[in-house]
Design a protein around this ligand. Structure first.
Ligand code: 0PR
Length: 391
């Protein structure tokens, strides 16, 4: 650290130079991210209220009230206006908090949680942090959790089930109605990870696609992760945890007597929390409404269909699964998908690579021309690989 400080101008110039290597959503090259460029209005609200700490609700009662309103709006979207919950840093924190809650509620019963193989790695972190035993459940041929195997794996030590409404790898939705029935039958906590799908699934029926049941309308669902910083157009960081009731939400609460805003009860992992994220998310929900989000989802799904149809036309490639959400999984029996990803990355495409497929997430920052260009490169790259390997 230097002795005397630099001027703001010098620092800005330095940063502009230092940040040149970062990709930008607006360039249309980021194909593998579940985040997107936050809406300009969300950025404006976020910066205007950057000093709000919703972890001290006595000092910021109005921000705390707007967090409750944000949770009610999200609850309404997820079929439960009386849901309780919090705006957090993201899906990982929400999933960890959900399992902490499950562990606390069922502390006398056991410590085992059944989780689909497709679950996000945040559940492994949760298990390690919370000393829970995880049993991974295999997937069926459609990459959804295998319900029969899940039922067989339930033991007297099982306390919770996790279902995914929009898997990280493929956007697949697990059979949540069945999970809900199983959870009720065996008195288990059911957490649904809709970090990605939560802002897509509720709008599908409005654009003529079949919606898939996944939310609090299913009586066994105890909590849901839904991330405004993924398809909700809000700022990073904005995650969301919603609980069916205030009783469940307060399972892990601790009393803090000394805060400057007065005695308070906190039921989150962290103390200080960004009120600006809360307010930016509140503003997005108010600004878009159901109609606005439907438009966002419509554009993303149209782009998804466009890419999926183009992939199907390339004989060497195929879709790993038919897309339900705006995620396309590209695979091949003919060429190496690792080589394909490597060569496309060399051409500047930032895509995700899984064991058997390349994942493209058709986020709102992507436009038709970006995907059109990608398809040209995809075709070219496939041909080059075939030529190089004499296939
Ligand atoms: N649950 C699901 C289903 C997810 O897909 C993710 C993240 C999480 C929970 C965790 O969310 P946070 O990252 O907010 O804690 N899925 C993305 C992924 O792994 C995260 C991500 C986002 C990665 C943007 C890269 C990126 O550019 O793909």
């Amino acid at each position: 650290m230097q002795d005397s400080g630099l001027s703001q101008q010098e620092i800005k110039q330095k940063l502009e130079k230092l940040l040149q290597q970062d990709l930008s959503f607006s360039h249309g090259r980021i194909l593998g991210s579940m985040c997107t460029m936050p809406h300009n209005f969300a950025k404006e609200i976020f910066t205007a209220y950057i000093d709000k700490n919703v972890g001290d609700p006595g000092l910021f009662p109005a921000t705390a009230e707007l967090e409750d309103q944000t949770i009610s709006m999200l609850g309404d979207l997820l079929s439960n206006r009386s849901a309780a919950g919090f705006i957090l840093t993201g899906g990982s924190e929400a999933n960890i908090l959900a399992l902490w809650t499950a562990k606390t509620l069922y502390k006398n019963k056991g410590n085992e949680v059944l989780i689909p193989e497709s679950a996000h790695f945040s559940f492994d972190k949760a298990a390690s942090l919370l000393d829970l035993r995880i049993k991974k459940i295999t997937l069926d041929k459609n990459y959804a959790v295998n319900i029969e195997e899940l039922k067989n794996q339930i033991s007297p030590n099982t306390i919770a089930l996790v279902g995914i409404a929009g898997t990280t790898a493929l956007g697949v939705v697990d059979p949540i109605p069945e999970l809900s029935r199983v959870a009720q039958e065996h008195d288990l906590y059911l957490h649904v990870d809709a970090a990605f799908g939560g802002f897509v699934l509720p709008f599908l029926h409005r654009i003529g696609r079949s919606g898939v049941p996944f939310d609090f309308s299913l009586p066994g669902v105890c909590s849901i992760t839904i991330d405004p910083h993924k398809m909700g157009m809000s700022v990073i960081p904005s995650g969301g945890i919603l609980y069916r009731s205030a009783r469940i939400a307060s399972a892990v609460k601790v009393f803090v007597p000394y805060l400057s805003g007065g005695e308070t009860a906190l039921a989150t992992i962290v103390g200080t929390r960004s009120g600006a994220s809360v307010l930016a998310t509140w503003a997005m929900l108010k600004h878009f409404g159901r109609q606005g989000y439907t438009e966002v989802v419509k554009r993303c799904m149209e782009l998804t269909d466009y890419l999926a149809a183009a992939v199907k036309e390339i004989t060497e490639l195929s879709l790993l699964a038919e897309p339900v959400l705006n995620i396309v999984g590209i695979t091949s029996n003919i060429i190496s998908i690792q080589e394909l990803a490597k060569n496309l990355r060399k051409k500047g495409w930032a895509l995700s690579l899984f064991d058997k497929h390349i994942r493209i997430v058709l986020m709102p920052h992507l436009k038709h021309e970006h995907i059109q260009k990608f398809i040209v490169h995809l075709k070219e790259t496939v041909l080059n690989i075939k030529a190089t390997n004499k296939i």
